[in-house]
Structures are given as structure tokens and as C-alpha cells.
Design a protein around this ligand. Structure first.
Ligand code: HAM
Length: 466
């Protein structure tokens, strides 16, 4: 019988890699909490119309990449319905905002989410059909301050802080510009955009024939999307098209200037990219992308986002300006893996490997492991590390081999050690061996001494974290 495999473009995430995913998510949750965000969980499938109306019919996401099916009626009282696996989560969050009348509180809503999204794209490194996003949205009625440029800057500053805390360096000459880089633009308000789109249409009219087939269609149906084109031959023409910056009215220009000055005040570096219009139709004013050259190849957009002041109304809701972003978590992980030293002991996910000498030591060693897991709990939790127990039946050589694969330290307990309440330790990184009483072991580790020191060295050398 042929074996079944995960569907193309989807994948299993396994330990030890999942420890890194958890670390990333825990860091994101901690940062979001400091900035006043609460978690929202919306369904993974929604009415197809949500994305058609919210994201835009002419976008690649909606026109080519959605997993949509007709959900048949199961009873006479039910109607058949077109449903779609969410390709992104901003539309879902705004739908929930409207449905639960969150605007009625009069307060700014700061919501974050972590979850899978689905797009039928051509799979490659950093591009999957099921991928994960860590995202956040800030929205609310106008009097809540949701429209303020301060919100844009706060969101961007939070992202810079999050990337810093994850240990992804900022791009600099010193690191060959492999760190993160923020590109920023303003795509104007709903009144600026039609003027720009008209100008773009007129400019494209005589040039259309020289562009790729997709662009010829987009020039008619949605000229802004021409700016997203990646076909190399089209680039010189596209670079010479009119720039949105020349079509912003006073209010949009002022808004964008305020975003920039607040970013300058917070020391968040950025570059202005006049072509950054982003692939989804709901954006107004500020749009942004963070890229990273580490580990990502052509799929170098680590995260993207922007303002969507008219989205709530497009979905039949009240006026609720907002701004948000989504990080491609798969890409964040690839970046972190590329930055880490391959020798990194991140793979060593145990604090210590306890080795019973002889099966008769098993119950005692298991009880000792229980004690250590308890008393070291704060340290183990911070590290996401474990206490591992071998098997008394193993030969000493095998215990050492297994231990070295997963822990920086082995602790051997035979009859003698049990009677004397001691443990024999060997630190693999230095080859050092010593004997300690169990009481000392507990105390030393709690004081971040022996094994944690070895572990700390491995972490500092390996994961680039601060
Ligand atoms: P997006 O640019 O379509 O924006 O996606 C955000 C991020 O998700 C991308 O920068 C990328 O890192 C990741 N991503 C997208 N497609 C894939 C894929 N096929 N495989 C792996 N990663 C992928 C949005 O989704 C907007 N909802 C962001 C937003 C929130 N705007 C305002 N609020």
C-alpha cells in the first residue's frame, strides 16, 4: 500500500523545532501584553463573501489562492453556502468587531492572534499553503483615537521591539544588511487613491503592451496591483510610473509625516518605498513591510501590514479606522534558524540527564527527577527545558551517548550515590567531572551555577538572543 503523506504545501512541525515556535509565540504574547493587546480567536473558515468584499476580488489572494468550497445544506432549514479557509485574518477580526459591536465601548480595541492561514500558492522555501501568522489589529471609533498617526508609530515601534527581543538584528553595514529592514509608504486616503489610480491608468494605457499578461489585465481592472509585479522585464517601466506620494492630499501627507516623526523619536529606522502598495485592497494611508535577508531567499517579507480606515464600512459596519500587521511565523522561524549557530545547543533541550546505574536505581532516580522538575520549575520554564531520565538497564556507554545528544550535563546515580545522597556529574562541554550532594545540586542549579552556566554559554553562542 502506498504511504500517505502531508499534503503539498503543508508540513508537520516536530520537536525540537516546536520549542523554537513556542519561544517565539511566548515572546510575542509577552510583548503584546506590555502594549495592552488582548487575544482574539476567530474561526479558520468564514463566508467567502467576507474575503471577496474585504480583501478585494481582483487581488491574487482572492482571485487565485483561496480554498473555497460549497458547504451543502444538511437540512431543509439550511442553505448551501460558499465557505473559505481564511487566507488572512484582518477581515475576520473586523467582522468580529462589527458582529460583537466592540465599537460601542467607545474604546480602542487592541487585538492579537496567532494561527494558521491558507493560500493556494506555489510552495517553496518560506511559502506554504498552510502557514502561520502572528498578527495584531488596533481599531475603534474615530473618537477613540484609532485614526491617529501615533497608533501607526506605536504598532511599528512594538514590532521593532519584538524583533529585537527575538534576537533578530537590525540591518546594518556590520551584518551585511542581513538584519531586518522596515519599508514604509502611504497609499493615501479613499479620496487620494481614485485620483492616483486614474493617473496610473492613463500612464499605463500607452505602455500596457510592453508589460506581462497579468499586468495588462491589472492595468484595466486594478492598476495598483501593477506595482506588486515581480516580473524582472516589467520593472523599468513600473519604476517610472507616477508615484502615490505626489497624489496625497494635505491630510494624508500630514498623517504620514506624523508617523515618521514619531518613529524618529523612538529610534525606529525605516526606508520609504513609494512602490509599497501591498497585495490587499483594504489598505489606506500607511503601509509597511519588514524584510530580512537571513534564511529567506526570495520570500524575504517577514511581515506586512498597514492602515485600513474603510474596511469596517466595506463589510457593512460602522466607521472604524484601524491599523495592523501579520508576521509570517514560518519565515520568522527560518530567519532565527539561519541566524543561530548550527552547533547551537538549542537541540539540547534537557537541563540534565539522570543516569541510573542498574534497574534497581530506577524508582529512586525517577523520584529525584520529580523533585528536580519541581524545585527547578522557574528555570526550566524560562528555558523551556526538561529533566530527562535514562534507564538503569542501559550500559554506561549508552547512557553517555544518549545524554550527550540532549543535555549539557549527565548525573550518574549508582548504589553508592543513592546511599550517600550524592550524584556524580559530568559536564560535556568541558569534560569536567565532580561529585555533589543532592542538596548542593538543587541549590547550585537554582543559583544558575553549574549546568545552567554550560547551558547559558551554549545559548549565548548559539541563538543570538540578547
Ligand atoms: P500579507 O502581506 O498577505 O498581509 O501577509 C503577511 C505575512 O504573512 C507576509 O509578510 C508573510 O510573511 C506571511 N505569508 C503570506 N503568505 C504566506 C505563505 N504562503 N507562506 C508563508 N508565509 C506567508 C496580511 O495577511 C494582512 N492581513 C496583514 C495585516 C494585518 N494588514 C493589516 N493588518
Amino acid at each position: 500500500m502506498s504511504t500517505l503523506k502531508a499534503v503539498r504545501g503543508t508540513r508537520d512541525l516536530l520537536p525540537p523545532e516546536t520549542a523554537l515556535w513556542n519561544r517565539v509565540e511566548a515572546t510575542a504574547r509577552a510583548v503584546f501584553a506590555r502594549y495592552g493587546f488582548g487575544e482574539i480567536r476567530t474561526p479558520v473558515f468564514e463566508d467567502t463573501q467576507l474575503f471577496v468584499r474585504g480583501v478585494g476580488e481582483e487581488t491574487d489572494v482572492v482571485s487565485k489562492e483561496m480554498y473555497t468550497w460549497e458547504d451543502r445544506a444538511r437540512a431543509q432549514s439550511e442553505k448551501a453556502q460558499l465557505l473559505t479557509l481564511r487566507p488572512e485574518n484582518t477581515a475576520g477580526v473586523v467582522r468580529a468587531y462589527i458582529e460583537h459591536k466592540l465599537g460601542d465601548t467607545g474604546m480602542l480595541q487592541k487585538l492579537f492572534y496567532i494561527g494558521p492561514q491558507f493560500r493556494r500558492e506555489r510552495p517553496q522555501r518560506g511559502r506554504y499553503r498552510q502557514f502561520w501568522q502572528i498578527g495584531a489589529e488596533v481599531l475603534g471609533p474615530v473618537p477613540s483615537g484609532a485614526e491617529s498617526a501615533l497608533r501607526d508609530a506605536e504598532v511599528l515601534e512594538m514590532l521593532a521591539t519584538l524583533l529585537d527581543e527575538l534576537g533578530i538584528p537590525r540591518a546594518s553595514e556590520a551584518n551585511g544588511n542581513t538584519g531586518w529592514k522596515l519599508s514604509l509608504n502611504s497609499v493615501g486616503s479613499s479620496t487620494d487613491r481614485p485620483r492616483y489610480i486614474n493617473a496610473l491608468k492613463s500612464a499605463l494605457e500607452p505602455l500596457k503592451g510592453t508589460l506581462c499578461v497579468d499586468c495588462q489585465r491589472r492595468a484595466e481592472t486594478n492598476p495598483l496591483r501593477v506595482l506588486d509585479c515581480k516580473v524582472p522585464e516589467d520593472q523599468p517601466v513600473i519604476n517610472n510610473l507616477p508615484k502615490i506620494a505626489d497624489f496625497l492630499d494635505e491630510a494624508s501627507t500630514e498623517h504620514f509625516a506624523r508617523v515618521r516623526s514619531a518613529l524618529d523619536a523612538c529610534g525606529v529606522p525605516y526606508v520609504i518605498d513609494p512602490r509599497l502598495v501591498r497585495g490587499l485592497d483594504y489598505y489606506t494611508r500607511t503601509t509597511f513591510e519588514f524584510t530580512s535577508a537571513s534564511g529567506l531567499g526570495t520570500q524575504n517579507a517577514l511581515l506586512g501590514g498597514g492602515r485600513y480606515d474603510g474596511l469596517s464600512e466595506m463589510l457593512g459596519g460602522p466607521k472604524a479606522p484601524g491599523i495592523g500587521f501579520a508576521i509570517g511565523e514560518d519565515r520568522l522561524i527560518l530567519t532565527l534558524q539561519a541566524l543561530a549557530n548550527p552547533e547551537s545547543l538549542l537541540k539540547k533541550r534537557a537541563e540534565i540527564y539522570l543516569a541510573p546505574l542498574g534497574t534497581e536505581q530506577n524508582p529512586y532516580v525517577l523520584a529525584l527527577a520529580k523533585t528536580l522538575r519541581n524545585v527547578w520549575r522557574p528555570i526550566l520554564q524560562t528555558r523551556g527545558f526538561s529533566v530527562e531520565v535514562g534507564e538503569g538497564d542501559f550500559r554506561l556507554k549508552k547512557l553517555f551517548e544518549f545524554a550527550e545528544k540532549i543535555a549539557p550535563l549527565i548525573g550518574i546515580i549508582g548504589e553508592e550515590e543513592r546511599a550517600a545522597q550524592t550524584i556524580k556529574l559530568k559536564q560535556f562541554s568541558t569534560g569536567e567531572q565532580f561529585s555533589l550532594s543532592i542538596a548542593e545540586l538543587i541549590e547550585h542549579l537554582a543559583k544558575d551555577d553549574i549546568a545552567l552556566k554550560a547551558l547559558g554559554d551554549a545559548f549565548d553562542g548559539g541563538s543570538n538572543s540578547k
